[in-house]
Each structure stands twice: as structure tokens, then as C-alpha cells.
Design a protein around this ligand. Structure first.
Ligand SMILES: NC(=O)c1ccc[n+]([C@@H]2O[C@H](COP(=O)([O-])OP(=O)(O)OC[C@H]3O[C@@H](n4cnc5c(N)ncnc54)[C@H](OP(=O)(O)O)[C@@H]3O)[C@@H](O)[C@H]2O)c1
Length: 276
């Protein structure tokens, strides 16, 4: 029987932070598995990475927001004789509007993609990593998961907070087993995220100092992956906001974040213009 090959698996690799992380991980030389719904995007990226690094790149087009998706993904990995050495849980999206404006199917898709999929994938790959006494998990959360009281971002920030807390506990459980668990909490990043959310126009008004490029974020994340810090916040302004959120008394932190969010985000997420 032929041996399995260790790979880096990246969900949401067809654009933005996921594609940038795939480019960075390709330089490590390990085979890559790129997962998202848009096959053509994945194939184009795979072709580039193969040409640049000469590595094996597999693409798996899947809608991960469906309940059976993780089982399909795991079956694909087994069929291709791949085991996960580095897992990047990155796929995600935002929901527009207040909590009660989302339909239940929308809520289910968000919880599936951003809570259940990373949880299921980590449960699936950790035993192999523990047996091998090596492996890495990089969860892409958000600054929104560290900041309390963000109107217009209820489910999104709650799902990211879940991922942060889960990562912290898993890091503590697995550190002595040689497994690195890290959670990345970016602030605003230029990707397709806000266009998908339908708030791109409004977000352009956010001052430039709040924004980072996906390549910068991926670079900081992969450097930090070599270190030991569990919760990694890239960018100075984001570090300041995270520190304030975690050190101020809760009512003050909630007041500040709600005011900021109302100014730059809520109206946009509710599809309102400044004159409304
Ligand atoms: N951009 C920001 O400001 C920001 C800030 C903090 C955290 N984040 C987080 O960063 C992560 C990546 O987002 P991004 O900013 O890079 O946005 P993006 O460019 O929109 O990328 C999102 C990725 O997720 C994939 N995806 C979405 N729904 C999926 C589904 N149902 N099944 C499979 N794949 C799916 C998309 O691929 P397909 O459409 O091809 O399926 C795409 O590859 C997300 O978890 C997001 O919450 C972003």
C-alpha cells in the first residue's frame, strides 16, 4: 500500500486572504489542497503555484456551507492519499443587516461554514497530528471576534469569537503534543469580502490607515505561525483596537465599538445611505 502524503489544506482559497495564504504556504514546498466553490479561480491559482514552486496542488470545488460538505472533503482527501499537516480554516462571509433580518437558511449557512466546518475539520485532523506529534492549525477569525458590541455584526462576531476561544483551548490541549494552533484576527483587509457583503462603496469611506492588503496579512500570519503566540492581530491600529477592547471596562468598550460601528458599518450593512 502506498504512503499518504502530508499536505496543507486551505479553505476559501479562491480569493483574498485564503489565496494569499496559499501563495505563502506554497513556498514551503508541501503539497497544497485548495478548497472553495469557484473551480476556475482555484484552477488558475493552482496553475500559478505549480509553475512558481513545482509543487503538487489539488483543487476541490465544494460548497462548504452544506451539511455533508466536510465528509465529502475528507473522502476526497482519502481518495487522493493526502493527510493534513497544516489546516487553514479561512472560508467565510458576512451577513448584511441586523440579527433578525437574516433568514433562517442564511443563519444556518453562516453557522455551518464558520462554526461547524472548522470544528469538524479540526476534529478530523487532530488525531493524525497527535499521532505524528506534529501539525499546524491556522484559524482565520477577525478583530470582530475580540471586540464586544458590534451592531450589524451579531452572528459574524459571535462565530469569530467562538473560533478564537476554541483555538485558545485547542492550543492549550495540544501544545505539549507538538501541534501549533494559532488564530488570526485581522481588521479590515482589501479582499472581495465587502463586495460579497454588498457594502464596498460605503467601506471606501473608511480611512486608509484601517486597511491592510491580503498579502501583508498572510505574510504576518505565516511568520507568526513559526512563533508561539496563539491570538495574532496583524497591524498596529488593529493591535491598539484589540488591546482597548480587552483592557477597557466592558461598558466603555461596548460604547466605543458601537459608535465606531454605527459610523462606518451599520448603515452600510443595513443598506442605508448617509442621507437616510
Ligand atoms: N476582508 C476583511 O476585512 C476580513 C477581516 C477579518 C477577517 N476576515 C476573514 O477572512 C476570511 C477570508 O475572507 P476574505 O476577506 O479573504 O474574503 P473573500 O475574498 O470574500 O474570500 C472568502 C473565501 O471564502 C470562500 N467561501 C465563501 N463561502 C464559501 C462556501 N460556502 N464554501 C466554500 N468556500 C466559501 C470564498 O470562495 P468561493 O466564493 O469561491 O466559494 C473565498 O475563497 C473570512 O473568514 C473572513 O471572515 C476578513
Amino acid at each position: 500500500m502506498s504512503e499518504s502524503t502530508a499536505c496543507s489544506l486551505i479553505t476559501g482559497a479562491s480569493s483574498g486572504i485564503g489565496a494569499a495564504l496559499a501563495r505563502g504556504l506554497a513556498a514551503e514546498g508541501r503539497p497544497l489542497v485548495l478548497v472553495a466553490r469557484r473551480l476556475e479561480r482555484l484552477t488558475d491559482l493552482a496553475t500559478c503555484l505549480l509553475a512558481a514552486h513545482g509543487i503538487r496542488v489539488e483543487v476541490i470545488a465544494l460548497d462548504l456551507a452544506t451539511p455533508e460538505a466536510v465528509q465529502q472533503l475528507l473522502a476526497e482527501l482519502a481518495a487522493r492519499q493526502l493527510v493534513v499537516h497544516t489546516l487553514v480554516n479561512n472560508a467565510g462571509f458576512g451577513l448584511r443587516g441586523g440579527f433578525q433580518q437574516a433568514t433562517w437558511p442564511e443563519v444556518q449557512r453562516m453557522l455551518q461554514l464558520m462554526v461547524e466546518v472548522p470544528t469538524q475539520l479540526m476534529q478530523a485532523v487532530l488525531p493524525g497530528m497527535q499521532a505524528a506529534q506534529q501539525g499546524r492549525i491556522l484559524n482565520v477569525a477577525s478583530l470582530a471576534g475580540l471586540i464586544p458590541g458590534l451592531p450589524g455584526s451579531c452572528l459574524y462576531s459571535a462565530s469569530k469569537a467562538y473560533l478564537i476561544r476554541l483555538s485558545q483551548s485547542l492550543a492549550a490541549e495540544n501544545r505539549s503534543l507538538g501541534i501549533r494552533v494559532m488564530v488570526l484576527c485581522p481588521g479590515y483587509v482589501h479582499t472581495e469580502f465587502h463586495a460579497v457583503l454588498g457594502v464596498e462603496e460605503r467601506m471606501r469611506r473608511l480611512p486608509a490607515l484601517f486597511w491592510m492588503e491580503s498579502a501583508q496579512v498572510a505574510d504576518r500570519a505565516l511568520k507568526a505561525l513559526d512563533g508561539s503566540r496563539v491570538v495574532v492581530v496583524p497591524g498596529l491600529i488593529n493591535k491598539v483596537m484589540a488591546a482597548l477592547a480587552m483592557s477597557l471596562p466592558e461598558p466603555l468598550a461596548v460604547g466605543l465599538s458601537s459608535r465606531f460601528s454605527r459610523r462606518y458599518r451599520t448603515r452600510a450593512s443595513q443598506g442605508l445611505s448617509r442621507s437616510d
